[in-house]
Design a protein around this ligand. Sequence first.
Ligand code: BTN
Length: 243
Amino acid sequence: MQLIKLDATDSTNLYLKNLWLNDHPEEDVVVVAEKQLKGRGQRGSSWQSEPGKNLTFSLLKRFHNLDVQNQFHLNIAVSLAIYSVLKKIPIPDLFVKWPNDILSGNSKICGILVENILQKQQIQASIIGVGLNVNQTEFPGLSHVSSLKLITGQNRHLDELLQDILDQLQTNLQQLDIAGNCQSIPAYEEVLFRKDKPSTFKDAQGELFMGFIRGVSPEGKLRVELEDLILKDFDLKEVQLMY
Ligand code: BTN
C-alpha cells in the first residue's frame, strides 16, 4: 500500500479521483492531509476539520469480485472496521448511524464518504474517505458533534490511529473482495443508531414522520416500520434521520 502525506489539498477523495483518472494504480493508495480546503461530506455537504488535529484521509482500493448490487456491503465493511478500532480504545456508547456515520452517544465523531468507480456491473475501485475527530475540542456552530479527546480527555497520536484503522480496513475489505459480500448485515444492525426506538425522520419533501428503524434491506436501504406497522425501505435521497 502506498501512503501519501500532504500538508494541504482540496479534498483527499478528489485527490484520489484524479490519481485514478491519470494512473489507474493497481496498488492501494492512501492519502492523508493535515488540511483540506474543500473537504466533502455526504449529501453534497462540506466537511470541516481543524488542521492538524484530526484524521482526514482517503483510501483508493481495487476490487476484483464486488458486484454493484452489493455496494452497501462495502459501507458496512468500512463502518464496522472503524467501529471496532474505536471500541478497543475504548470509546463508549458507539453506534453506526445509517448509512455510515460513527456516533458516541448522540454525537458524531466520524464521517465516511464512499465513492465507487464502476465498470459494467462491477465495482472496479472505491475511494473511501474518512474524517475522524480526534484531538479537536471546539466545534463552533455545530451540534451533536464530538471528538475522541472530548470523550476520553486524552490526546491521541494520529499516525498510530491511522495505522490501526488501515490495518482493520484492509482485513475487512480483503474479506469482502474474496467473498463478494461481507455477511455482516446482522453485526451492522446490532450497532445501528436508534434501532427499535421511536424516531423522527424527514422525507425528500421535508415532511417529518415517525417510525422505528428495524434494520437494513439486502441492498442497504434503511428499513423503517411506520405507524401503521408497514415496513418501508428508504434510500439516502428519500429519508434523513433526525436527532
Ligand atoms: C459525512 O459524514 O458527511 C462524510 C464526511 C467525510 C469526510 C472525509 S475527510 C477525508 C475525505 N475527503 C473528503 O473530502 N471527505 C472525506
